[in-house]
Design a protein around this ligand. Structure first.
Ligand SMILES: [Ca+2]
Ligand SMILES: [Ca+2]
Length: 591
């Protein structure tokens, strides 16, 4: 009895001492930490600086006046010979940074000094099939774990302090073309992941797991006709309803290998308790083989985090025939509807197909849509009443069976399938009310070919060449107004932009370029206020946090991703860019 009292007293004394010293009483990442991530400047515990995905920080120490004094604090190399395609967003908690690197590596680093604490190198089998380079976009934090997805379609959870593997779970069969590159997110205590492999005829889905054990809780396919499941503690599965209605928007049986890969992960809005998954192309690319809208491909799909059921969907590109995908992130924000003057719970999405969408995030209703790139050939706009695109006559690549059976009519299409925007994340400023979109102006010649499904083989039925539209630029960082659809300002860039954006209450926007510059610009005007040459291309989103009273900016660097692999004429145009693999951290110079 006496012993118990002493113990209890010690615990209280410790907690009081910890509170007085300002030290964290506990190191575990909680649901509250994740829920409040967008507001708390002392950490970054989710992909997107908040699962809503706004990439907006309230930190103001670095601002339009002080940003000129930004200098490197430290840099760390990922080492080895694996210098390519660093698309990762670091997460920072309790003085430690966790950052993933190409080839399924994960590093833990002292966030203040840059000293490496530990690294994990996932042992990858031969025969993995990542479509778009050996990249990874980042890790999730929960409890004392750091969790990330690997190129061989597994999930690995490691102890944040030791780097020891706590659990490993297989997402799916890499031999069937499944891989995983997106950063997992935590939604109300559940680990949420997608799958990559839309170019191999996989079936897209969103899984929810217990983050502490990796065990499945529910799984929701994003191709119509497939059954969803819930799982009990022993792993027994129970049917949870078919997604959509079998054959309603897919004729025949191509839905069985229907694509709609959820390769860019998801965002989560606690206010509606909805997970928003973007879905990729229907498979194969040759659209003449699969008449119908082909749900739920090239869409935003809203899934109830508790039930694993689809609450609503909005299809950005029905019957996609251009590999426009629809995977781009759906970012929750409060939209002041100019028609009614009312503030609506909305979401914004800069789609690969060149249009920016504003949807009511409670029900998917289309509120506004406008182009954010200057050349779009496949549609002239959208019917606001039906929410459907107004297709251009002859904008779709032709049916091989209408001609010689080997190659259909080739069309020139803009954007190219690499998209008006691809994986590089947009940001939304609560200060300016603007979205910042890393856009690209390019087109493609595209034609269809016959194809049949073979497990683990490319499943396109199409050929293509990507082309620049202008001699002087492809990329353009654009500030767009979601209410008016106006491009408020733009900063052109010679190479295609492939890194995400950060915006802050300091009135700033940060983004990186393939030419190697990390830039800080005025959020209102786009005026460049600071830049730093990192020595290799940037294809990742910067983050910011406060470490011991100092605001820090971090970004991973290392050229790569889909452009050098799929970019055709554009890949040749930028083949002088050097690969790399580092994380850079900056802070204000003290006078
Ligand atoms: Ca935070
Ligand atoms: Ca695709």
């Amino acid at each position: 009895m006496q012993k118990h009292k002493t113990l209890r007293y010690s615990a209280v004394a410790f907690a009081v001492a910890a509170a007085l010293s300002g030290a964290p009483a506990r190191a575990d990442v909680t649901d509250a930490d994740i829920l409040n991530d967008a507001k708390t400047t002392g950490d970054v515990v989710s992909f997107g600086l908040g699962t809503q995905g706004q990439r907006y920080s309230p930190a103001t120490q670095i601002n339009t006046k002080t940003v000129k004094n930004l200098v490197p604090a430290w840099s760390m190399s990922f080492g080895g010979e694996k210098q390519r395609g660093q698309e990762s967003q670091p997460v920072i908690h309790n003085g430690k940074m966790f950052v993933t690197a190409s080839y399924s590596r994960l590093f833990a680093i002292d966030a203040k000094s840059g000293k490496k604490l530990w690294k994990y190198e996932h042992r990858l089998p031969d025969g993995i099939m990542p479509c778009c380079d050996v990249i990874n976009r980042g890790a999730a934090l929960y409890g004392n774990l750091v969790i990330f997805a690997t190129l061989d379609a597994q999930l690995v959870a490691l102890n944040q302090d030791t780097g020891k593997v706590v659990w490993k779970e297989k997402i799916d069969d890499y031999k069937a073309g499944y891989s995983a590159t997106a950063a997992p997110i935590i939604a109300k205590g559940k680990l949420i992941t997608g799958v990559s492999g839309g170019e191999f005829g996989v079936v897209g889905r969103i899984d929810a797991r217990d983050p502490m054990t990796g065990k499945l809780l529910w799984s929701r396919p994003t191709v119509e006709g497939h059954m969803g499941y819930t799982y009990d503690k022993e792993g027994n599965k129970t049917e949870n309803g078919i997604s959509g209605t079998t054959n309603a928007t897919w004729s025949g049986d191509l839905w069985q290998t229907g694509g709609a890969a959820t390769w860019n992960g998801a965002t989560y809005d606690p206010e509606t308790n909805l997970i928003f998954a973007g879905t990729g192309n229907p498979a194969p690319w040759n659209s003449h083989l699969r008449p119908g809208d082909n749900l739920f491909s090239s869409s935003t799909v809203a899934i109830d985090a508790d039930t694993g059921k689809i609450a609503w969907h909005y299809q950005n590109t029905p019957h996609d025939g251009w590999d426009f995908d629809g995977v781009n992130e759906f970012v929750s924000f409060d939209f002041k509807d100019p028609k009614t003057g009312k503030v609506v719970k909305a979401g914004g999405k800069a789609d690969r197909n060149g249009f920016f969408f504003v949807n009511d995030r409670t029900n998917g209703k289309l509120l506004n849509v406008f182009p954010f790139v200057k050349k779009i050939t496949w549609a002239t706009g959208y019917d606001m009443a039906t929410g459907r695109p107004l297709y251009t006559a002859d904008g779709r690549p032709g049916d091989p069976n209408a001609g010689d059976g080997k190659k259909g009519n080739s069309v020139f299409s803009a954007p190219s399938f690499l998209g008006g925007k691809n994986q590089q994340q947009i940001a939304y400023s609560q200060q300016t009310g603007l979205f910042y979109v890393p856009a690209n102006e390019w087109g493609m010649d595209i034609w269809n070919e016959p194809v049949s499904y073979k497990k683990g083989a490319a499943y396109l039925g199409a050929g293509f060449t990507i082309k620049a539209l202008h001699d002087d630029y492809i990329g353009a960082l654009r500030a767009v107004d979601p209410a008016t659809g106006k491009i408020v300002w733009e900063n052109k860039n010679y190479a295609p932009l492939w890194g995400g954006v950060l915006t802050t209450a300091g009135g700033l926007v940060f983004y990186g370029t393939p030419e190697g510059y990390l830039k800080g610009v005025d959020a209102k005007t786009g005026k460049e206020l600071w830049s730093f040459q990192t020595g290799t291309g940037i294809v990742a989103p910067p983050v910011t946090w406060e470490q011991d009273g100092e605001q820090m900016i971090a970004v991973t660097t290392g050229w790569g991703g889909a452009v050098p692999l799929w970019g055709g004429d554009v890949a040749k145009r930028v083949n002088y860019l050097e690969q790399g693999g580092s994380v850079w951290v900056f802070k204000l110079h003290k006078g």
